[in-house]
Design a binder for this molecule. Structure first.
Ligand SMILES: Nc1ncnc2c1ncn2[C@@H]1O[C@H](COP(=O)(O)OP(=O)(O)O)[C@@H](O)[C@H]1O
Ligand SMILES: [Mg+2]
Length: 240
């Protein structure tokens, strides 16, 4: 049986010679929310970018829904949505146009009912005619989520979706993530907040130094991590 995302011995050496991924192999199936955890520089963003076709691996293969992300880029890319770490929105554009446009980029026909549904679930419908620059940080993050979901991907990747948000805004993003997960979208997210990972995730993929150290249930990871790197990470992060 093929998994939703199949990653086979993926390596990434950046132009400067830095080895960010050192042979990553894993399969992401349908299931619980997956938290992608690891120290800064572990390769989390590189891995997500590779799956979404934004970074070309220097070795190995990635397939999404059976489509190779390099040789069958368009089909693979259509199956994934990406909420990037940085907010990259057009400040003068209206919320609804931003989201509609994203859907169009994937060659999907206009579907106002679907866009309305997504905006309502993200509590953005009332803001649909506001310009992006009028929104709070939490609303902008939710617009990024709406954009990433606009073409109905099977898997949604969120890269640090709540960094620099206040507690109320974090709650809003977490509620949205849970809701879309419950409605059947596969969720993979990175976070540097282990309490958040504990609240949301059923499974954990722990990377360190460009390698997968653990891929297990959240309960196992937080209570009895098997790798030395995982033990050190949890001890360091949860003590703060
Ligand atoms: N475009 C790039 N060019 C060179 N090195 C990079 C580039 N992007 C990331 N790196 C390096 O690769 C390593 C992994 O980065 P990244 O995937 O962003 O880690 P994480 O998201 O886990 O913090 C880091 O050491 C980073 O400096
Ligand atoms: Mg990162």
């Amino acid at each position: 049986m093929t998994g939703m995302v199949e990653i086979d011995d993926v390596q990434k050496i950046y132009d400067g010679g830095f080895e960010a991924l050192k042979g990553v192999t894993l399969t992401i199936e349908k299931g619980e929310i997956l938290a992608l955890l690891g120290p800064n520089g572990a390769g989390k963003t590189t891995l997500i970018s590779t799956i979404c076709g934004l970074v070309t691996p220097t070795g190995g293969h990635v397939r999404v829904g059976g489509h190779d992300v390099i040789t069958d880029y368009r089909a693979a890319r259509t199956m994934v949505g990406l909420v990037p770490q940085e907010i990259n929105l057009e400040p003068f554009e209206k919320v609804i146009n931003t989201v509609r446009y994203s859907r169009g980029l994937f060659g999907k026909p206009r579907d106002d009912a679907r866009i309305e549904q997504i905006l309502r679930r993200l509590s953005l419908w009332d803001k649909r005619n506001s310009a992006i620059r009028e929104l709070s940080g939490g609303m902008k993050r939710r617009v990024l989520i709406a954009k990433a979901l606009s073409h109905d991907p099977r898997v949604l990747f969120l890269d640090e979706p709540t960094s620099a948000l206040d507690p109320a805004a974090i709650k809003g993003v977490e509620a949205a993530v849970r809701e879309f997960h419950q409605r059947g979208t596969r969720i993979v997210m990175t976070t540097h907040d282990l309490h958040q990972a504990r609240r949301l995730a059923g499974d954990v993929l722990f990377l360190s130094g460009g390698k997968v150290c653990e891929h297990t249930s959240a309960e196992t990871f937080f209570n009895s991590p098997v790798s030395r790197e995982g033990q050190a990470f949890i001890a360091g992060e949860l003590m703060e």
